[in-house]
Design a protein around this ligand. Structure first.
Ligand code: IMP
Ligand code: MG
Length: 172
């Protein structure tokens, strides 16, 4: 069934936000051993744009975490489907995520990556839905804050649809 999409963040707003994040990250990680850990699949477009705006070198890793069911909300049972392929010990790790919602999957991932004993571990999220948090997660770099609503586009899907849209929309 066709869903109604309402524009939330335009190409221009997204580009400006990604550039701002990249400036902050480039300044904070100058001279460090930065590893960006992108969370598949939703963060792939954001990560691709972000990395091209950085003015410092960064290694790229990916993880895939799954919460059970193809539902709009994660249900709390979380699993690593694909792990990083290098050791993160002594590295400065920055998780790059599309959305932090309840915080459950990020809390799980942070604990998982912390076991590598990275020199530092921070989180960059394109969209922070702070009001929906169920567990505390610190977002160190936030693109956009939003209250509620389900979004798609710019890598973010609803049952695998809409990822290729260049802007971010709210699904009605
Ligand atoms: P959390 O564990 O509840 O914080 O869920 C975060 C993950 O749920 C995100 O990385 C997305 O994959 C998914 N998610 C949460 N909100 C949305 C949304 O509005 N659109 C699409 N996916 C979402
Ligand atoms: Mg995600």
């Amino acid at each position: 069934m066709a869903k109604e999409l309402k524009l939330l963040f335009s190409r221009k707003e997204i580009a400006e936000t990604v550039a701002r994040l990249a400036r902050e990250i480039s300044a904070d990680y100058a001279g460090k051993r930065l590893v960006l850990v992108g969370v598949l699949k939703g963060a792939f477009v954001f990560l691709a744009d972000l990395v091209r705006e950085l003015t410092i070198p960064a290694a790229i890793e990916f993880v895939r975490i799954a919460s059970y069911g193809a539902k709009k909300e994660s249900c709390g049972k979380i699993q690593i489907k694909k792990d990083v392929e290098i050791t993160l010990e002594g590295k400065d790790v920055l998780i790059v995520e599309d959305i932090v919602d309840t915080g459950l999957s990020l809390k799980f991932l942070i604990e998982h990556l912390r076991a590598h004993h990275p020199a530092s571990l921070r989180l960059c999220a394109l969209v922070d839905k702070k009001a929906r948090r169920e567990v505390e997660v610190q977002v160190d770099y936030t693109g956009f804050a939003m209250a509620d609503g389900f979004i798609v586009g710019y890598g973010i899907d609803f049952n695998e649809r809409y990822r290729a849209l260049p802007e971010i929309f709210v699904v009605d």
